[in-house]
Write a protein that binds this ligand. Structure first.
Ligand code: NI
Length: 221
């Protein structure tokens, strides 16, 4: 499962990438089930998830985001180690506090400054069935927490403060109505230019800063 970088917009056609499920899809609200067997099928699923993640492009992707209720996620935070897979992850410990402009591939185009623990100790298994134990901080810790949330059926909107959440719900409801009306572009008109400009500014700025390698910035989780 070594990282095989697929340039955005280009795809080598080995395995078809999945469609990424977006806000409103019930699978994103369900708790995923423990993986009971690490086998070839799981490895194939992980490989397709990695292709889907690079294609998005994103830095992390959890199985429910491609409609699979299994507890695994893939990630590549750009440290040169390539894409990795964590099966049945658990956040064993967390500490500190860190604010980061966080987005989600399942809530495309939106991001919010969200406070979460700065340091986490993540345990789980890799595709060889070997135990994984990772102590990470800041950006990597944020990716892990975001992906584990997905496995618990939790979306980042649930991590917002009440004011942020109210605004988020308004935007997402408007977006759903626009999509139903077959007018995905109606969102901008509805929200006005100020909002669109603010979102664009937010997307380009992160508290603590996403590394340059984070293609798509904060939104690629
Ligand atoms: Ni996400």
């Amino acid at each position: 499962m070594a990282g095989r970088a697929v340039a955005p917009g280009r795809y080598d056609g080995c395995v078809a990438p999945f469609a990424i499920r977006t806000y409103g899809d019930p699978v994103l609200r369900q708790r995923a089930l423990e993986v009971e067997e690490i086998d070839g099928r799981l490895a194939q699923l992980a490989e397709q998830m990695i292709d889907t993640m690079y294609e998005a492009p994103g830095v992390g992707l959890a199985a429910p985001q491609v409609g699979v209720r299994k507890r695994l996620f893939v990630y590549d935070t750009g440290d040169g180690a390539g894409a990795r897979v964590i099966v049945n992850p658990t956040i064993a410990e967390s500490d500190g506090e860190w604010t980061f402009e966080e987005g989600c591939l399942s809530v495309p185009g939106l991001s919010w400054p969200i406070v979460r623990p700065r340091d986490v100790h993540l345990t789980g298994w890799d595709l060889d069935g070997a135990e994984v134990s990772l102590e990470v901080s800041e950006y990597d810790a944020r990716v892990f927490q975001h992906e584990v949330d997905h496995l618990d059926g939790v979306l980042l909107v649930e991590r917002l403060d009440p004011d942020q959440r109210k605004e988020a719900m308004r935007i997402l409801r408007a977006r759903t109505l626009d999509l139903r009306a077959g007018d995905p572009d109606g969102l901008g008109a509805l929200l006005g230019e100020d909002h669109a400009a603010r979102q664009a500014t937010r997307a380009g700025r992160a508290t603590g800063g996403p590394p340059d390698h984070a293609v798509g910035g904060a939104a690629g989780l």
